[in-house]
Write a protein that binds this ligand. Structure first.
Ligand code: NAD
Ligand code: MLT
Length: 309
């Protein structure tokens, strides 16, 4: 079987596919046109978030059995087109959860204590000690939008640092939230009560743009952290809210278009900390998701059940 890998994944995943006897070709940064030409006799396509797996790809890929997402979000894959063409879409939903949660906690502190800004100034010789008065998380309220795998791990970690938890997630029960130490509340209440708001939903038609100017005004101060998906939070609205002092700051790992354009409003506001989609970028997480997706592809080729499809 032929496997095409168009976003970088850990060698452990490539080796596992080769050891199973499959032909594996890597083509990182392949353009749209080249992808359409290459995909014609491919049986499995492996991606992360960098490849747009759209309808044209499925139309060109007559031998495709499975698209494997080495990670969680499948918003870059046209699921309807996959279904129409009888192609399985599988992800690796567990392997990078801890990495994403840890990065969210790191971004929370980076924002609250202006660590990147102070670091950059010290590197240029400025001892700007008097300019950075941070905020402690202890005793503050964390609002979690989307209390799924990553949201829960973030909640656990920040609760252990003294935060109170409120959560908005229309798909979980009050009991479940309570067991996780969080009070389940309506969306507006979550925004109003959160002193730190952390977003952990998938990007869907329902969540796209769910946090914009009106929602940010409900927060009235505090910090927003988005390590989920860029399109969930309106970027111009967030940049304006921090610039105008509606929010104290923000920390953003994910962008509506990636790589983010250098003239994005989010890159020009002092109190917004940014990273280039690093949430899952740890050695352990990358090895986990790469080997997990290799196993799923092997299962699909063998006609065995594919988990997470
Ligand atoms: P998950 O499916 O386990 O959890 C998502 C939660 O969001 C679920 O509990 C669901 O009920 C909830 N949800 C869905 N629609 C909602 C809505 N309209 N309002 C509020 N809640 C809603 O997913 P996960 O594994 O926790 O991943 C969360 C997000 O983080 C995804 O977007 C994923 O792609 C992203 N992610 C990013 C990185 C990164 O590198 N920055 C790494 C891992 C995951
Ligand atoms: C994910 O959804 O798993 C993340 O986007 C991580 C990634 O693949 O970079």
């Amino acid at each position: 079987m032929q496997v095409l890998v168009t976003d970088p994944i850990d060698d452990a995943g490539l080796e596992r596919l080769r050891a199973a006897g499959h032909g594996v070709e890597t083509a990182y940064d392949i353009g749209d046109e080249a992808l359409l030409n290459t995909i014609t006799d491919v049986n499995a396509l492996v991606v992360r978030s960098g490849t747009d797996v759209n309808e044209a790809v499925f139309e060109a890929a007559s031998d495709l059995i499975i698209v494997g997402r080495a990670g969680i979000g499948v918003d870059n894959i046209d699921i309807d087109a996959a279904t129409e063409h009888g192609v399985i879409v599988a992800n690796a939903p567990e392997g990078n959860v801890r990495a994403a949660a840890e990065h969210t906690v790191a971004m929370t502190f980076a924002g609250a204590r202006s660590i990147p800004q102070a670091h950059a100034r010290l590197r240029t010789g400025e001892w700007a000690k008097s300019e950075y008065l941070g905020t402690e998380v202890n005793g503050k309220t964390l609002g979690v939008v989307g209390l799924g795998r990553v949201g829960q791990e973030v909640a656990k970690r920040l609760e252990s640092l003294g935060m109170d938890l409120v959560a908005y997630d229309p798909y979980i029960s009050e009991d479940r939230a309570e067991r996780l130490g969080a009070e389940l509340v309506e969306f507006d209440t979550c925004l109003e009560r959160a002193e730190f708001l952390t977003v952990h939903t998938p990007l869907t038609s329902e969540t796209a743009g769910m946090i914009s100017t009106t929602e940010l005004e409900l927060m009235d101060g505090g910090y927003l952290i988005n390590c989920a998906r860029g399109g969930v939070v309106d970027e111009d609205a967030l940049a304006a809210a921090v610039e105008d002092g509606v929010l104290d700051g923000a920390a953003v790992d994910v962008f509506a278009d990636e790589p983010v354009a250098p003239d994005s409003a989010l890159l020009s506001v002092d109190n917004i900390v940014v990273t280039p989609h690093l949430g899952a970028s740890t050695e352990a997480a990358q090895e986990n998701v790469a080997t997990s997706i290799a196993d799923q592809i092997d299962a699909a080729f063998a006609g065995a059940p594919v988990m997470n499809a």
